[in-house]
Design a protein around this ligand. Sequence first.
Ligand code: UD1
Ligand code: CA
Length: 452
Amino acid sequence: MSNSSCLAIVLAAGLGTRMRSTLPKVMHEIGGLPLVGHVLNSVMHAGADKVAVVVGPEMAKLEEHVALRAPHATCHVQVDRLGTAHAVKAAEEAYNDASDHVLVLFGDTPLVKADTLHRLRERLSGGADVVVLGFEAENPFGYGRLLESDGELVAIREEKEATDEERRVTLCNAGIMAFKGNALPDLIAEIKNDNAKGEYYLTDAVEVARNKGMKVVSELGDEKEVQGINNRAQLASCEAVFQQVQRETFMENGVTLRAPETVYFSFDTEIEPDVIVEPNVVFGPGVHVDGGARIRAFSHLENAHVSTDATVGPYARLRPGAEIGEGAHIGNFVEIKNAKVEAGAKVNHLSYIGDARIGAKSNIGAGTITCNYDGYLKHHTDIGAGSFVGSDSVLVAPVKLGDGAFVAAGSVVTFDVPADALAIGRGQQVNKEGRAAVMREKLAAAKASRKG
Ligand code: UD1
Ligand code: CA
């Protein structure tokens, strides 16, 4: 099978009116990735060397996403929506240029695994001409039913055309089919629209193939994996399944999740073994956590890298470009954006560090802020190794602190501090002996006179 060529046709022309959205249905996201992106990943992992996506008219955003995720894919516009076989026909240009295997998938069925697609392809290599992915439906209403006899698939009956007896069948069509590449063009050409909906049903390919003496079989899949999305509730239920799979996979791979059901991952989250993730953590896209790190409760990470033995949180926010070095500490209510916190450095409380470098083993006091933006441009703050920035300091970028610099608490630092220098940038303290007592007396008298 490894040398057989494979075309995947992904049907994504549906508007998804029940989503009540201005977005094409397949652009809604699961784990931060559009539905169609999940399908593209699966088909590419299943060895599809050609990918054709059938889109609706005026779906520029969808076409852009396809180009981004699968640069070699082609998009084909289906102008009128006359059924699933009609949608496949829109990709005629792609399937006429024969591949050994053709997979047809729906863009609104995001959780299908590459392994499952592999199994369909193996059946083709084993001699089948058409393979349909089926599943045992808890509630089969609305699905096409697989009608079998002697281990072969005889027909797929859509809900609307099924007899009462056929409706009792619980083995249903997942909507994913695999064809021998040289069989597909004739099958599609022969499908008619003589049914209740007046549509060209791809499912009719089964009977057409049987009539031609071809071998048609079904392969069993898991209902959770093939669930499709037609509305927001189904989108949420697919998200739940996706998150559950992610959690189980991370735990199997050696990541501790203290309360797995409260941790949310993105499609591309990477966490190495021996990381501890405390409850209520959200991983946005593009996060990599190295082994031995600890992500403490209620933290939010996005496009960030956390190195070995570092600690993040509780209640920390790592925004895009946060690079946390080995053994560094990022504490509560700290936000890091586009900044490198080098090995062993500490930013433990209530700080904003943006567009900066914090040198190794530096200590950034509570409430420190890098002023990185002047309303027009972003500027860089560079803090050398072993520096100490006292609490409640403001570092007005662009500014540079040399190695071992010391900033007195409450300073506003507006120009560079040389290595090992002490910077004090605040109003000087004045003590007035006895004045507190005098003030108290005055204020008490004023209050008493009001009461009177
Ligand atoms: C389809 C199957 C049914 C199966 C079910 C699984 C057919 C005739 N029926 O029914 O057997 O059990 O999926 O979920 O295939 N699409 C287009 N252009 C069209 C029509 C559809 O691109 O003209 C796309 C849709 O965007 C969608 C997919 O094809 O992604 C399926 O279409 P839909 O109308 O949702 O089919 P179902 O009635 O759910
Ligand atoms: Ca559907």
